[in-house]
Design a protein around this ligand. Structure first.
Ligand code: F0G
Length: 358
């Protein structure tokens, strides 16, 4: 039995992709209705970058509003199967929101270790609302992950970061879903890279489908990092990563080798984009495509817009939109918009409308 019901089709990642996951009859089929996210065409973006087709995989439409739910549902189900009563993760925010939600639903305790100074308010609000114990450290995400790994070796708490292979197994289902929707793998897949679990998982998903002949090819992978936090581009750990996209403010990705393998085996690339380019892509997605994502998610689109148009001609491209804009809504203050303040009066509103229409 699953415990969520979408309008049609199998419910949740454990149910829909059971045969591709390391689960058995002993694994509880928990669900918040994650997965089965929309894949929408982005024609304005296609025109701008010169590709034949661009599609956005809206992973922000998962239950806690980020892609993390796909992996978290598997990690938490396996933790329960193995008798755990508490989970812990280090996080820039989204993993903690997801861990907190699934733990709350399943009656587990959740502990989340976050960089005190750099976490978007919406994500913190989620962790708090779900009743997680939030431990805000005076340090970076990289410090937090290091401590999380050590402490879970000693204490009876399951680590649910993407170093947990069940997380990767769940996240790979996004790649499978894209192939299921398009009928084959795209030519190019773009996604933001922080701790590098997601690019590792997508490559695994595309590869498993390819080997099972569910897809005739695998895409080139384009991983995109923020210029101030781009260890996979420079090949060197970044001691003090800095970027407006706090979700990917990471200097020493745990899945470094997985990201490099995905890049090399796919004939792809991992590139860096400036914060200004991330914010430009973020605003463009909201104002031209109707997709309000968080800045880290827009990094993939910024990378696509930076690509050589001659390499994109005739190509089908998918960009993963990893998290929702409402998680980091304070950032909207950066947009130069002109809110018009009026008296509560018909004439004032009508003249403002006429001015706007002219
Ligand atoms: N986009 C968003 C919105 C994220 O939250 C993350 C990672 C990424 C992209 C990068 O994915 O780490 O698999 O390369 N967020 C993690 C967290 C680190 O703690 O929520 P990745």
């Amino acid at each position: 039995m699953t415990d969520a019901r979408p309008p049609a089709g199998p419910s949740g990642v454990l149910e829909r992709y059971a045969e591709w996951l390391p689960i058995s009859d002993a694994t509880p089929r928990i669900s918040l209705g994650e997965g089965s996210t929309p894949l929408v065409r982005a024609d304005a973006l296609a025109r701008r970058c010169g590709a034949a087709e661009v599609w956005l995989k809206l992973e922000m439409c998962n239950p806690t509003a980020s892609f993390k739910d796909r992996g978290m549902v598997v990690a938490v189900a396996k933790a329960i199967e193995q008798g755990a009563t508490a989970v812990l993760c280090a996080s820039t925010g989204n993993t903690s929101a997801s861990a907190a939600a699934y733990a709350a639903r399943c009656g587990l305790r959740a502990f989340v270790l976050v960089p005190g100074a750099k976490i978007a308010q919406g994500k913190l609000a989620q962790a708090i609302a779900h009743g997680a114990r939030v431990l805000a450290i005076d340090g970076s995400f990289d410090d937090a992950l290091c401590i999380a790994r050590e402490v879970t070796e000693e204490l009876p708490v399951a680590l649910v970061n993407s170093v947990n292979p069940y997380r990767i197994a769940g996240q790979k289902t996004a790649a499978m879903e894209i192939v299921d929707s398009l009928g084959d793998a795209p030519d190019l897949h773009c996604l933001p890279v922080g701790n590098a679990g997601n690019i590792t998982a997508y490559w695994q998903g595309f590869s498993e489908y390819f080997h099972a002949e569910r897809a005739s090819r695998r895409p080139r992978m384009l991983g995109v990092q923020a210029a101030g936090a781009a260890p996979l581009v420079s090949g060197k750990v970044v001691e003090q990563p800095e970027t407006v996209a706090t979700a990917i403010r990471i200097g020493n990705p745990a899945s470094w080798d997985g990201a490099v393998a995905a890049r090399d085996a796919s004939g792809g690339a991992i590139v860096a984009v400036e914060d200004a380019q991330i914010l430009e892509a973020w605003q463009l997605l909201a104002s031209e495509e109707g997709v309000f994502c968080e800045p880290a998610s827009a990094a993939s689109v910024a990378g696509l817009l930076n690509a050589d148009p001659s390499e994109l001609a005739g190509k089908q491209v998918v960009c993963t939109i990893t998290g929702h804009g409402l998680k980091d809504a304070e950032l909207v203050e950066q947009i130069d918009s002109d809110m018009i303040r009026l008296s509560a009066d018909y004439g004032a509103v009508a003249s403002a409308l006429m001015e706007g229409l002219s």
